[in-house]
Design a binder for this molecule. Sequence first.
Ligand code: ARG
Length: 255
Amino acid sequence: MKKMMKKVVVILSMAMLVCGLAACGGDSAKNSDTITFGTNAEFPPFEFVASNGVIGQYDGIDMSIAKQIAEKNGMTAEIENMEFDSLLIALENGQIDAVIAGMTVTDERKEEADFSTPYYEATQVMIVKEDSDIKKASDMAGKRICVIQGYTGETCVNDMGYSYEAFKKGTEAVMELVNGKCDVVVIDSATAKKYVSDNEGLKIVEDPAAFEGEQYAIAVKKGNTELLDKINKVIEEMLADGTISDLAVKYSEAE
Ligand code: ARG
């Protein structure tokens, strides 16, 4: 009898432990000790797939930032990799807790999500063949322009009134350029540098007068101030102590 009691107690306490760990009873599908970050790991040096990344197979500046945000809050970072266009929808649905994807803060996106303190300054640039006669944005008139679907580069080119072809991935657009099927790819500066160093015969053309500065920030669901505060605290620390600029240097130099 005594033995059986003991067994019951053990089973009960085990169930309670499991329940506690899995945060039973909450309506959230996710563990309370995990931050699930959505990204689109097609954007080096911010996020890309690597055999040995900082979070599983995911590596890059953003992935390192995500990891530190979670760890400094005593939590674990998990990554959900998806199409860039799906990120804000997944955030709205509760499939992910936050978006970290080199995502530029725009007025349009601010209607859909709340953004953290910006952590990186970027701009759109043009990638062209080394012998290209494109020297400024207006030289794109009449050229075959490639952009990436849903990126701010697409919005820029669209606002300039040029027609373009949109690709799902930066690498696909760059391949079109390399193969001579397009004349210019408009994409974010740091990613452009990566593609130019990975492919022969390409160069970057900047036109700061035509492309406004952009700021990358992390997005959370509208009104999720609890998570936003946790994120901002760590971002501000990482900006102040130079961690983010160190990461930017490290990942931009890495082959
Ligand atoms: N900064 C651009 C934007 O916000 C491109 C971001 C692409 N990021 C990615 N992880 N694929 O639209």
